[in-house]
Design a protein around this ligand. Structure first.
Ligand code: SF4
Ligand code: SF4
Length: 168
């Protein structure tokens, strides 16, 4: 079930984080040239384009940013960051937005939750399917190794992911 966001808290936390981080301090240098969005392989699918995200941070439009689909559609390819003439750290900014969204209880896409669950339970984001395992056998490839999940579980329990997966 969607949890209600405490926007005044989200805004305060968000702005404090933006101001205090190296990443966030690059935001004011954006002059809206749009290079990031025109370089982004998934911009067409995004509800908020990368250059718009930067402007929205400047305007303090936190709510829409935390709730948008675009922060989860980013593939973290770093193309926007590489090509930005002002060295705005857009990829890291998007990762930061994801962290805040997780922590503050915004709606997380099912696919992301599934990946988190896989990581928690198996130590892998994607678990090999039966077909893939059969193919490996056919090609005489070694079996996929089991991962020791205890350290991963320990780390994940200390993050907001634990709340999403409802593990203690
Ligand atoms: S490429 Fe850099 S300067 Fe240009 S709009 Fe994007 S973030 Fe702003
Ligand atoms: S890092 Fe994300 S926002 Fe930047 S170009 Fe790649 S997909 Fe687009």
């Amino acid at each position: 079930m969607e949890r209600a966001l405490n926007l005044s808290k989200v805004n305060r936390v968000f702005l404090e984080e933006v101001k205090s981080s190296h990443t966030g301090r690059t935001v004011p240098y954006c002059y809206q040239c749009g290079t990031c969005s025109s370089s982004c392989p998934v911009a067409e699918e995004m509800d908020i384009k990368p250059h718009e995200m930067v402007e929205m941070i400047k305007l303090g439009l936190t709510d829409a940013l935390i709730r948008c689909k675009a922060i989860w559609q980013c593939t973290t390819c770093y193309m926007c960051t590489e090509r930005c003439p002002q060295e705005v750290q857009l990829t890291l900014i998007i990762l930061g937005l994801r962290n805040i969204a997780m922590r503050e209880g915004a709606v997380i896409p099912e696919a992301v939750k599934e990946s988190c669950k896989n990581l928690y339970e198996t130590g892998r984001l994607v678990t090999p399917s039966r077909f893939q395992r059969q193919q490996r056998e056919k090609l005489k490839l070694p079996e996929v190794l089991q991962v020791d999940t205890e350290p991963i579980k320990g780390m994940m329990k200390k993050t907001a992911v634990a709340g999403i997966l409802e593990v203690k």
